[in-house]
Design a protein around this ligand. Sequence first.
Ligand code: HEM
Length: 485
Amino acid sequence: MAQVLGISFTATELLLVTAIFGLVFWAIRTSTSRVPKGLKSPPGPWGWPVLGHILTLGKNPHLALTRLSQQYGDVLQIRLGSTPVVVLSGLDTIRQALVKQGDDFKGRPDLYSFSLVTNGQSIAFNPDSGPVWAARRRLAQDALKSFSIALDPASTSCYLEEHASRQAKSLADTFQKLTLESGCFDPYEHLVLSVARVIGGMCFGGNFPQNSEMVTVVTTSQDFVEGASSGNAVDFFPILRYLPNPTLKRFKDFNQKFITFLQKTVQEHYQDFDKNNVQDITSALFMHAEKESTAKGVPIPREKVINIINDIFGAGFDTITTAISWALMYLVTRPDVQRKIHKELGIHSSFAPFTIPHSTTKDTILNGFYIPKERCVFINQWQVNHDPETWGDPFEFRPERFLTDGETTLNKPLSEKVLLFGLGKRRCIGEIPAKWEMFLFLSTLLHQLEFSLTPGVEPDLTPTYGLTMKYARCPHFRAHPRSAK
Ligand code: HEM
């Protein structure tokens, strides 16, 4: 029995009182950050002590945060553990933050999961947003452009077109063969391999390995997108790193396998490096590394080549595979749309629910709300792509909404309201090649084939939340030559 202020407590009571006092103190401390006079913090719902709003996010944070935005507006604040997170919705607000106030919002938070990607040296998943990041981003962007959409001097087409057309034609043959042999097939694994060979060809030319290690790496990227999703509890509750955590283990294993595979591939490619015959992204980066080491400015040592390749190759296959798989699924569930697409329509799906998390680089004000430096910021792309004010009926798959003038021309102002690649200083560097590649794959596949599902099969289109969202694998696809119809 202990006496406090003249009152007697048992040891358990004392412990309980201390814990409650500690929690209340902690909750008050975390909820009152210093806001300059005359300004206010973004609004948000009440959050649990210790947990904050992690339970509110649930299995589908993009849906939960869209619902909250309807109540609290385009700039709202939640708390994950003890970390405050600002959530931005609404295209105008997101444009204001990422484009007009681009420097203020170009940072990345210092998240634990980021430290596991590319040994903490990624361009995309890294708290650095200073001159080193800017130089590496520019370098990656230039090398990607030169060996994707720029013309191959030895040919009449660009590198991307050569690789993508070859892979898409071979994929169309595979799909037909699988239908003939087995009646139906699951397109995912074949598709991801074809798309990986395109970015692999652009990164390494003929040296891109075709072995089982490559197949394992590219077919397990779901382990990455789960671990790299916005709102991953492990980033906000350090204790989860030390408890048994299968998702985290898969994420770590994937990153290790991925970097080992690319290290080996880059080293092997270096054996063949000929500075007079630069035909791919890795060789271009080797050239640059050599020049940089002798010139002034920010040096880019050779091991950095591996890290840059990691970013380009890593971002270049899961995203595009996911986009094309959604397109194929929409086509088989909506044969009327497939007929229209055979008449050259584009396709749109919102499978990247959030950008990679941002953070503020200095104290700033957005829509009248004060946001301090180093505040973690989630950008809800899914909300923008499902905003009834912009789209009217966002849940209807109606790609003809992007056409105008009697369905003859693209409605450019409307199609620019789709938010899939981010905006501003952190905007995806692969947007143009990605759009070309999706177009090349889909146009080749649809030129040759008509897709359908085994009759009677009802596919499950529910997306699984992650950095990119996919539907459950579906083994019931069929592909027949168009001329056979
Ligand atoms: C359909 C395909 C793709 C989609 C939907 C997509 C989407 C995105 C998104 C949402 C971001 C984050 C933007 C932000 O944080 O504000 C991003 C960043 C990035 N993307 Fe893509 N991407 C695609 C394809 C590609 C390709 C093909 C490459 C390269 C070959 C690529 C390379 C990158 C890189 C390096 C970043 C990081 C930029 C930075 O942090 O400065 N992406 N992408």
